[in-house]
Ligand binder design. Structure first.
Ligand code: SAM
Length: 491
């Protein structure tokens, strides 16, 4: 495999400026979605910074903050470093590096409040894209903001055959000549009323556009072996694999559904998940390029172990000797909105679910107090390495509990905390970790409790007859599975 992994590296890119990537614009767009980003003393990463002009402009407006640009094309980095030095900037560094290499050792870069990838992720090979996202997922601080702009479907459907033709022409021609040859063939097909143009009317406008575009842009847009627009929901899935949750669009006009025709705005408003809503939006607008914002972490989810107050109950909070009661309807509405989301929900999404009248600051207070009262808990995506560590730790604790240790808490990677455990729960967790089939769990629990000389209890009394014991064991198994295993141990 060559160093460029199929990326078109025979000439440099353009010297563009992208207002949506500027820290204050990111701050604004995130704020619209109910997420607050720092305005001062932050660290900002531009992964795939190209010629560097955009990053230099950002750095110039924020001298108290630190900017880092990465690109693997030596000409880009040489240009960027030279320009930064000529401008006397000291808060920007350019690193010549490949995402695949950097993802293997991300700690060298430190942590960032912002990361931006403008026009990279759908132009590179799958292995490069995976490495890029792993890198971002690692170097972004919890609560940090990621801007990802990329080619999306359905807007590129019509032009896919044109891009394919360029790659075929490139087998025997240089990049720019391949574009020209494909344009000429396409024009001839169009003149002769080829079926492709009738079926894909958007292709005509796309081709007209290419005749006016900068040749340096065209080769980097179309001549990459792995150019592949993706659906927004595919991108969301890839992001969630590196702990990044969809926040909203950095294109401010896309943040307001009321700008769309009423029927479409209603369809979007009726969608229960951001995935469906954004996918429908793209179908409605025939979207071809998205500028998406993601946040690392910052979800809340229902705590299934904590009973919520019934209709005439109280959501009480104490600070020192002062008690205060949360509004029952407001608190219940938040819990209802979160309840259908096993993976948790971001505060911005929760705010949308609750409707227009919900303001962000009071929502932060309500959710914070619900977390404080254990009705909600924090929730994070856990990668395989984190699961493995938690499994090992919990196996150690379960072994100790089986030998009589009085531990009442197991590590819960999802909540970043602990899960309350009874002796029965420890035995069940141990059965799960050993990989025993579910039908053997009740027998295993009885043996474990027997070894500790324990008797199963119900309402303070020992349970002796075998029918009641079997019922109690089966209830314990289903409680453990639904309220603990699925939620805390990803079982
Ligand atoms: C379309 S350009 C966008 C550049 C810049 N963000 C802009 O919009 O002006 C994509 C950039 O990604 C860089 N790139 C592609 N693959 C890379 C890799 N594996 N590691 C680092 N940079 C890479 C290219 O050199 C190129 O500068």
């Amino acid at each position: 495999m060559l160093w460029n992994h199929g990326y078109y590296a025979e000439s440099g890119y353009t010297y563009g400026f992208y207002p949506e990537t500027m820290p204050l614009r990111l701050h604004w767009a995130a704020l619209v979605q109910g997420h607050i980003t720092p305005k001062q003393c932050f660290r900002y990463l531009d992964a795939g910074c190209g010629q560097g002009l955009n990053l230099i402009i950002a750095a110039a407006s924020h001298p108290d903050s630190e900017f880092v640009g990465i690109d693997f094309l030596p000409e880009h980095i040489a240009h960027a470093r030279h320009l930064a030095q000529a401008c006397g900037l000291t808060n920007v560094t350019f690193i010549e590096g490949d995402f695949i290499e950097l993802a293997a050792n991300p700690a060298q870069l430190g942590e960032f409040d912002f990361a931006v990838c403008h026009g990279i992720s759908t132009w590179v090979a799958p292995a490069v894209q995976t490495a890029l996202f792993q890198l971002i997922g690692k170097v972004l601080k919890p609560g940090g903001t990621f801007y990802n702009s990329y080619n999306t479907l359905p807007g590129w459907l019509g032009a896919i055959p044109f891009q394919h033709l360029i790659l075929l022409e490139q087998r025997s021609k240089s990049g720019a000549a391949a574009v020209k040859a494909a344009q000429a063939s396409m024009a001839q097909l169009q003149e002769n009323k080829a079926g492709l143009f009738a079926a894909q009317p958007s292709l005509t406008a796309r081709l007209q556009q290419t005749s006016k575009q900068n040749p340096n842009y065209l080769v980097q847009e179309y001549n990459n072996q792995d150019w592949k627009p993706v659906f927004v929901t595919e991108m969301m899935d890839r992001m969630s694999a590196v702990k990044l949750n969809y926040l909203g669009s950095a294109t401010l006009a896309d943040a307001f559904d009321s700008l769309l025709p009423t029927g479409i705005a209603k369809l979007l408003g009726d969608q229960q998940s951001p995935a469906l809503r954004e996918q429908m939006r793209d179908y409605a607008t025939y979207q071809s390029f998205r500028r998406d914002l993601y946040v690392k972490g910052r979800r809340v989810s229902i705590n299934p172990q904590t009973e919520r107050p019934k209709k005439d109950g109280h959501y009480e909070t104490r600070t020192g000797g002062f008690a205060s009661e949360g509004n029952f309807d407001t608190y219940s509405a938040v819990l209802d909105a979160v309840a259908g989301e096993p993976q948790g929900i971001t505060l911005g999404e929760l705010q949308k679910r609750l409707g227009k009248q919900t303001e962000f600051k009071p929502l932060v207070m309500t959710t914070s107090l619900l977390v404080n009262g254990s009705w909600l808990f924090t929730n994070q995506t856990v990668e395989e390495q984190g699961r493995e560590v938690a499994r090992t730790v919990n196996q150690g604790l379960a072994n100790a509990a089986a030998a009589g240790a009085p531990y009442q808490f197991a590590a819960s990677p999802v909540t970043g905390g602990a899960c309350g455990m009874s002796e029965i729960d420890w035995a069940l967790l141990s059965a799960h970790l050993k990989g025993l089939p579910k039908n053997e769990w009740p027998r295993y629990v009885s043996e474990q409790l027997g070894a500790l000389n324990r008797t199963m209890m119900k309402e303070g009394k020992p349970v002796k007859d075998s029918d009641s014991l079997a019922k109690l064991l089966s209830k314990s198994v289903s409680n453990f599975q639904n309220k603990k295993l699925k939620v805390h141990f990803l079982g």
